[in-house]
Write a protein of this length. Structure first.
Length: 261
């Protein structure tokens, strides 16, 4: 099996595609003992000996995991106070991988892990327009005008540009007392026994950006306070609901294709 030299070095975590091309052109890379200065030259990643700065570069197979993130852990490799998403991985599985994007501490659902930098670039960069869908429960209501605003774009903070057009689908709407058994979180802020008539709404919001707390801020801009949030899909890939919270598994080839549909 043949692979471009620059792709091999990138996938082996030597650097980004741009950086490794510079290394190659500067004569820092050898193939079977010979300096090669053409990034596009093809190599056999299993049989050719590739060296960078006279050290052999070991080829790393690419892995892709689907993880069902529970609420209460942060998207980071380590933290002195909080449990992190990596605490759910065993040592062998977590070696060399990183999370693709992130979810807030109190947000649940689909989170991807890989050791493939190009894969992350394809999914996360704004110009790629990969859609991400979230299910939410919020205090408040969504009228037709509110939905129209979200679909056309809203201002979520002073100095920020308009959000890109989104898709919004209201699932349920009414008062808390009618849905209290469906809003499955231990502590629901701003709700007590005297507030059973508090307006609540659930639905699905699909965005193609990744600004900080974007879903919460978008809904806040139309008067809704998110109290539960779960990412259910990225591109055409749906969260496998058979995965318990905190569990992970390899993505199938078909699922990888669905990500970019």
């Amino acid at each position: 099996m043949n692979m471009r030299l620059d792709k091999f070095l990138t996938q082996s975590s030597v650097g980004t595609r741009k950086v490794v091309r510079t290394y190659i052109k500067d004569g820092l890379v050898k193939i079977n003992g010979q300096v090669k200065m053409e990034p596009s030259i093809e190599i056999d990643e299993y049989f050719d000996v590739i060296e960078y700065l006279d050290k052999v570069v070991e080829y790393t197979e690419k892995v892709y995991y689907m993880f069902n993130k529970p609420a209460g852990c942060i998207t980071a490799r380590r933290d002195k106070i909080n449990k992190t998403v990596f605490d759910f991985f065993n040592n062998d599985s977590s070696k060399g991988i990183f999370h693709v994007g992130r979810l807030d501490k109190d947000t649940e659902g689909l989170l991807l892990f890989t050791n493939d930098g190009e894969f992350e670039h394809k999914l996360m960069y704004p110009e790629k327009h990969v859609e991400k869908t979230y299910f939410f429960w919020a205090l408040g209501s969504l009228e037709e005008e509110d939905k129209r605003k979200l679909e056309q774009g809203v201002y979520i903070s002073k100095g920020e540009i308009l959000t890109k057009p989104a898709k919004i689908k209201v699932d349920k709407q009414g008062v808390y007392k009618d849905f209290k058994h469906e809003i499955y979180i231990d502590k629901l802020n701003n709700i007590d026994s005297g507030q059973y008539n508090q307006a609540v709404v659930s639905g699905y919001l699909t965005i193609s950006e990744g600004r900080k707390h974007q879903v919460k801020r978008m809904l806040k801009s139309v008067g809704c306070k998110v109290v539960y949030l779960k990412r259910i899909s990225i591109g055409g890939l749906m969260l496998d609901e058979s995965l318990e919270k905190g569990q992970y598994r390899f993505l199938t080839d078909i699922e990888l294709e669905k990500l970019f549909e």
